[in-house]
Write a protein that binds this ligand. Structure first.
Ligand SMILES: Cc1cc2nc3c(=O)[nH]c(=O)nc-3n(C[C@H](O)[C@H](O)[C@H](O)COP(=O)(O)O)c2cc1C
Length: 199
């Protein structure tokens, strides 16, 4: 049996989405079964109208990716969370999904699953590491085994962080090849660890 991996992300401009796809490529290359899910809007249409493209991007992505469910989290051997930073923290949209996992937490059903996280920020020091670490907090409470990228691959010396893959969208709207390479490595690493834990 191959490892089952849930990649759940939020994205408005497409940068975190592109990282999510690269993480999925890395996991798929290891033979993992991957579910790619986009957390849904948490704000009203008046907020989505504040920036050009947000509404259209959300419609495009919502047509491509199903919304994540509790059943997806229960199904997975590993959950990889992806979020744009919001003031150095996880987006409310992704956090709302995580906060909906209380039932599984109560039953201990996430204990021992692998957890990992990646991020997109606008600026280089705009909170990429703090945002990933903010996702470590719920992962710890849920009993997950946190897998960071470390410097376990040469790609992490060129981009990303040792905590997880990251993209700096201010430099280029979509992730660079180096940033995507770290994301692919993260997907591969999580798939390998989840596979080993399955035994
Ligand atoms: C309310 C809000 C807060 C944000 N806070 C930060 C921040 O603290 N640091 C930063 O670098 N970018 C910040 N950003 C920018 C986004 O995180 C950044 O554009 C990201 O790359 C968007 O990812 P996406 O393309 O997946 O939507 C913020 C954006 C919004 C709307």
């Amino acid at each position: 049996m191959t490892a089952k991996i849930l990649i759940v992300f939020y994205s408005r401009n497409g940068s975190t989405e592109a990282l999510a796809k690269a993480v999925a490529e890395g996991a798929n290359a290891e033979g993992a079964e991957v579910r790619l899910r986009r957390a849904r809007e948490f704000v009203g249409p008046e907020v989505m109208a504040l920036a050009q493209g947000w509404k259209e991007n959300a419609e495009r992505m919502n047509a491509l990716y199903e919304a994540p469910t509790e059943a997806d989290a229960d199904w997975a051997d590993a959950i990889i969370f992806g979020t744009p930073t919001r003031f150095g923290n996880t987006s409310a949209e992704l956090k709302a999904f995580i906060d909906g996992l209380g039932g599984l937490w109560f039953q201990g059903k996430l204990n021992g699953k692998v957890g990992s996280a990646f991020v997109s920020t606008q600026s280089q020091h705009g909170g990429n590491e703090t945002t990933i670490v903010s996702l470590y907090h719920p992962m710890a409470h849920l009993g997950m085994i946190i897998v960071p990228t470390g410097y376990a691959d040469p790609a992490v010396f060129k981009a990303g962080t040792p905590y997880g893959a990251s993209a700096v969208s201010g430099a280029s709207a979509l992730p660079t090849d180096d940033e995507k390479e770290v994301a692919r490595f993260q997907g591969k690493r999580v798939a390998q660890v989840a596979q080993k834990l399955r035994g």
